[in-house]
Design a protein around this ligand. Sequence first.
Ligand code: TXA
Ligand code: MG
Length: 325
Amino acid sequence: MRSAADPVDVTAAVEVLRAGGLVAFPTETVYGLGADASNAAAVTRIFEVKGRPLGHPLIVHLSSADQLDEWAGAIPRDARRLAEACWPGPLTLLLPRSTRVPDVVTGGRSTVGLRVPAHPVALALLRAFGGGVAAPSANRFGRVSPTTVAHVRDDLGDDVDYVLDGGPCTVGVESTIVDLSGGEPEVLRAGGVSDDVLASVLGRPVPHWGGGGAARAPGMLAAHYAPRARVLVLEDPEAVDAATRSALAAGSVVGLLAPVVTDGLSLEVIELEPAGGPEDYARVLYDRLRQADRLGIEVLVVVPPPAEGVGVAVRDRLRRAATDA
Ligand code: TXA
Ligand code: MG
């Protein structure tokens, strides 16, 4: 939904970026909080506004794969194949960084995350700006990613210099991150590009990194995906029934998020609007988690989508949301 207060004025947004300001912009995954990636002071402000620790690296957004060689070096063939097949799209490639990438973007790491987003407003901004735009998700540190302009404004208020409204995000969960910085490619974060797509492009399955998030992709903390409610992820209808009953008996405000309407639910349970199959689920997930907070839900029982396509990423986020950080 667009309004006079949120004009899609790419020229004005580019001026803000050139002046070292911050622009919130839509992508197909989630809204980003962008700054000129070549301007270390501007990038530093992103961390201040988000309240994000300085060691957590940012993704640099580009308008086309033609810019790969400006921002990365030693680019393996697999990276070029993935870029060609999946960009613009919800895929971030981790590559050895080039000398033009400021330390503050990568938290001093030798790699840089690069992505060409598939959103007309983001692409218009990136093309008109010409350079790279460093951007994390446009939420305060510790909140779920924003998928509408209303989420961005709720979180960041006046701390962002310009907001481009591109409507609700169509994918709804963050990009898939594939590490191509050495050895065999590995998925560090499940996201909008499915395992099947990665495997078909590279001709072999791409393993998911099995370790905890912290060392390889700093910033992937459980708390990033957690609403204030305690989240219980349950698949079996009997387990859902037992969990809602015991939470109600303990006096909690109980909510339920499920793919479809659940029969036989206690009237006291607040049933959030059903989330649908994997793609619909991904699109509405973060809005439903924010809704749970707004409704004061204390225990949120969640029935996940099947682990198909983007359902893998949804299940990953729900698992993190359910972890006590
Ligand atoms: O879909 C997305 O990827 C969205 C949109 C705005 O593009 N961006 C996003 O950014 O989710 P952020 O900052 O919320 O998450 C990016 C993650 C970080 O948690 C960090 O761990 C990882 O990417 N990352 C980025 N650059 C990295 C690097 N050089 N080395 C390791 N991890 C990196
Ligand atoms: Mg984030």
